[in-house]
Ligand binder design. Structure first.
Ligand code: SAH
Ligand code: SF4
Length: 372
C-alpha cells in the first residue's frame, strides 16, 4: 500500500449525491425553509458553482452551516488523453487517492454523413470490477470500491468543466459493473434525469451490464425510460463461460428471462453488445445463434472489434471476419452496427489508464498477466 492512499472518509459530504427530497429534508431538519433546496439545486446544476460560498441568494449563516457539512465536487482532474476534437479520456483522483476514468465522445458524422448532435460521456460506476471478465482491463486488478452517487454525477460536471461542452447522452460503460452498485446507481440516475438535476432525457441514458439477472429485474422498476445494454460477448453458455465468470451464476437462460421481464416494463429496444475476439467468439455459428437470440427479444446488436489490453493476449479478428459476422446478423433482419471505433488508441478499453496510474503509484500490485 502506498502512502498516497487516504483511507479516511472526507470530513464533509458532497451535495451532488443528494436528491431534491434529501435536500428539502436537510433544510427542514436544520431549521431552515424547504425552498432553499430549490435554490441550492439551481446553483449546483444551472449555474454550476464550484463552492458553497458562491450561492449568494442563501443567507450567510445558511451558507456557513452548509459549508461545515458539505462540499460540492471532490473529483480532481489529473490527466487527459486525446486531442480536442476527438474522443478524450479523463482521469480523476478521488478523495481516498483512488482513480476513476471518464470518456468524452464528441458529436460526429453519422453513417448517413449528417452531423450528429450527440455529446456522450462514458461514466464509471466502481473503482475496478469484481466480475473478472477475462478480456477486460477493469476486471484485471479486481474490485476496490463502489462509487458514490456524488462521484457518478460528479464525473459529468467535471467533464463539462474540462471540455466546455454540454453533454446530452450518458452511457454507463466505464469502469465497474453498475448493477453491482444498484443503490448508488439509482440515486445517480434520479439526479441525472430529473428536471431539477442534470435534466438529461432518460432515453439518452444507457446502463450496460454483464448480465446480473436479478438486478436487471430490480432496475426495470425504476420509473423512467432509461435504456439497457447487455455485454453478451458469447451467444452460447459454452463461449460465455470461457470469458465471463458471471455466466456461471446467471447463465443465458436466466439472463434472457430477466430481459423478457425488462421488456414488459420498458418500450426502448435492448442493445446486445458483442465484442469480437479472434478465435474465441467470432465464428459464424455464434453469429447465427446471436441473431436468433436478438430476434427473440427484439434487440439490436452492436458489434465491437476487441481493443487490445496491455498484459492480455486476446486479439481482434480481421476486418473481413468482422464484416462476415455482421452480415449474418444483418441478413437475419436484425438492426446491427459494427463499430470500427474511434478513440481506439487512447480508449484501448476502459480501466487501463487507472490501472497504469495506480500500479505506478504502488496503490495496487502490478496485475498478473491473465491471458487465455
Ligand atoms: N460492467 C458493465 C459496464 C462496463 S461496459 C458491462 O460489462 O457491461 C464496458 C464495455 O466494454 C463492456 O461491454 C465490456 O465488455 C467492453 N470491453 C471491456 N474490455 C474491452 C476491450 N478490451 N475491448 C472492447 N470492449 C471491451
Ligand atoms: Fe467488469 Fe464489465 Fe469489465 Fe466484465 S466487462 S470485468 S463486468 S467492467
Amino acid at each position: 500500500m502506498s502512502a498516497t492512499v487516504n483511507t479516511q472518509p472526507p470530513v464533509t459530504r458532497s451535495l451532488l449525491g443528494l436528491s431534491k427530497e434529501d435536500l428539502e429534508q436537510y433544510c427542514v431538519a436544520s431549521g431552515g425553509k424547504p425552498y432553499r433546496a430549490k435554490q441550492m439545486l439551481e446553483w449546483l446544476y444551472q449555474h454550476r458553482v464550484g463552492s458553497i460560498a458562491e450561492m449568494t441568494n442563501l443567507p450567510a449563516p445558511v451558507r456557513e452551516q452548509l459549508a461545515k457539512e458539505f462540499h460540492i465536487n471532490d473529483l480532481h482532474h489529473v490527466e487527459t488523453k486525446g486531442a480536442d476534437d476527438t474522443t478524450r479520456k479523463f482521469l480523476f483522483r478521488l478523495h481516498d487517492g483512488r482513480y476513476v476514468e471518464t470518456v468524452f465522445i464528441p458529436a460526429s458524422k453519422g453513417l448517413n454523413g449528417r452531423q450528429s448532435s450527440r455529446k456522450t460521456i462514458c461514466v464509471s460506476s466502481q473503482v475496478g470490477c469484481a466480475y473478472g471478465c477475462k478480456f477486460c482491463a477493469s476486471g484485471l486488478a479486481g474490485f476496490t470500491r463502489n462509487l458514490s452517487a456524488a462521484e457518478i454525477v460528479g464525473q459529468m460536471l467535471a467533464v463539462e468543466k474540462e471540455t466546455g461542452e454540454s453533454i446530452n447522452n450518458i452511457v454507463f460503460m466505464g469502469m465497474g459493473e453498475p448493477l453491482a452498485n444498484l443503490k448508488n446507481l439509482i440515486k445517480a440516475l434520479e439526479i441525472i434525469t430529473s428536471h431539477w438535476g442534470l435534466n438529461i432525457g432518460a432515453r439518452s441514458v444507457t446502463v450496460s451490464t454483464s448480465g446480473l439477472a436479478p438486478q436487471i429485474k430490480e432496475l426495470a422498476e425504476f420509473p423512467v425510460p432509461i435504456r439497457l445494454a447487455i455485454s453478451l460477448h458469447g451467444a452460447t453458455d459454452e463461449v460465455r463461460d470461457l470469458i465471463m465468470p458471471v455466466n456461471t451464476k446467471w447463465p443465458i437462460k436466466d439472463l434472457f428471462n430477466s430481459l423478457h421481464h425488462w421488456r414488459l416494463r420498458k418500450k426502448q429496444k435492448i442493445s446486445l453488445e458483442y465484442i469480437l475476439i479472434q478465435g474465441v467468439n467470432d465464428d459464424l455459428d455464434q453469429a447465427s445463434i446471436l441473431a436468433k437470440r436478438a430476434k427473440g427479444i427484439n434487440a439490436k446488436v452492436n458489434l465491437i472489434p476487441y481493443n487490445t489490453v496491455d498484459g492480455l493476449d486476446w486479439k481482434r479478428p480481421t476486418e473481413e471476419v468482422c464484416y462476415a459476422f455482421r452480415d449474418v446478423i444483418a441478413d437475419a433482419g436484425i438492426n446491427t452496427t459494427l463499430r470500427l471505433e474511434k478513440g481506439h488508441d487512447i480508449n484501448a478499453a476502459c480501466g487501463q489508464l487507472r490501472l497504469k496510474k495506480e500500479t505506478a503509484e504502488g496503490i495496487i500490485e502490478a496485475p498478473i498477466k491473465a491471458g487465455r
